[in-house]
Design a protein around this ligand. Structure first.
Ligand code: ADP
Ligand code: ZN
Length: 225
């Protein structure tokens, strides 16, 4: 297998990016680095980083770039990310994308592909209301699309399910606004360098997973050997 493939998962909040990134990372045996999960973990652990980012995360605003970039690049230098990684939720604006390109270039590496999961705005709003997350393993559930077998309990680890503070109506509106103004321009940025893989994000979790895996097989995995 070729070393160091870096695959970014890009989408609006609610498009299923986190769910798919976790599944695909496991399937391809790659590290899954989710900036939002790292921030929420820090907040839960009440670390210095957690205290600093709490108000941004809970209100749906972007954490300042300096903090975010430092955290993600630090995580990327861990041993399990040497063989490549799936980046979920980072980069989220042009400055972050440029910082990532620069950091990878310094190690003679580069972003390989960007999986852009496309979902209509109407569908996003539907999905964002009704979302529940496992407190222990972060597995996401949805009251309508993917309910847990036992109400309020995680299928995988039995952990308690909760709603993220940034899943309130007001924070959801903010996150979508941030996405359309700051993150959506990355679609063009990566399309220009021929790295964008656009995948239809509507349909079941498994349908979307199959689309992503087959696109990645065609574009990346088949070339690893
Ligand atoms: P979603 O994609 O569902 O909005 P995430 O878990 O990716 O959720 O992110 C949750 C929050 O964490 C964001 O709204 C933001 O406050 C913060 N965050 C995550 N990634 C970044 C990033 N790359 N830059 C700045 N803030 C981030
Ligand atoms: Zn769980």
């Amino acid at each position: 297998m070729r070393k160091n493939p870096y695959i970014i998962f890009l989408s609006a909040p609610g498009a299923g990016k986190g769910t798919q990134a976790a599944i695909v990372a496991q399937e391809l045996n790659m590290a899954h680095i989710a900036s939002g999960d790292l921030f929420r973990q820090a907040i839960r652990d009440e670390t210095e980083l957690g205290m600093r980012v709490k108000s941004y995360v809970e209100s749906g605003q972007l954490v300042p770039d300096e903090t975010t970039i430092k955290m993600v690049l630090g995580r990327l230098s861990a041993p399990d990310a040497e063989g490549g990684a799936i980046l979920d939720g980072f980069p989220r604006n042009l400055q972050q994308a440029e910082a990532l390109d620069k950091a990878l270039a310094e190690q003679a590496k580069a972003v390989d592909k960007v999986v852009y999961i496309k979902v209509s705005e109407e569908e996003l709003l539907k999905r964002l209301s009704g979302r529940w997350i496992c407190r222990q393993c972060q597995a996401p559930y949805h009251t309508i699309n993917s309910p847990p077998k036992v109400r309020g309990k995680c299928d995988k680890c039995g952990g308690e399910l909760y709603q993220r503070p940034d899943d309130t109506a007001q924070a959801v509106k903010k996150r979508l606004q941030v996405y359309f103004t700051q993150t959506a321009p990355l679609i063009d940025y990566y399309a220009q360098s021929g790295k964008l893989l656009e995948v239809d994000g509507e349909g079941s979790v498994d349908e979307v997973r199959r689309r992503i895996v087959s696109a990645l097989h065609r574009e990346v995995v088949a070339r690893w050997a």
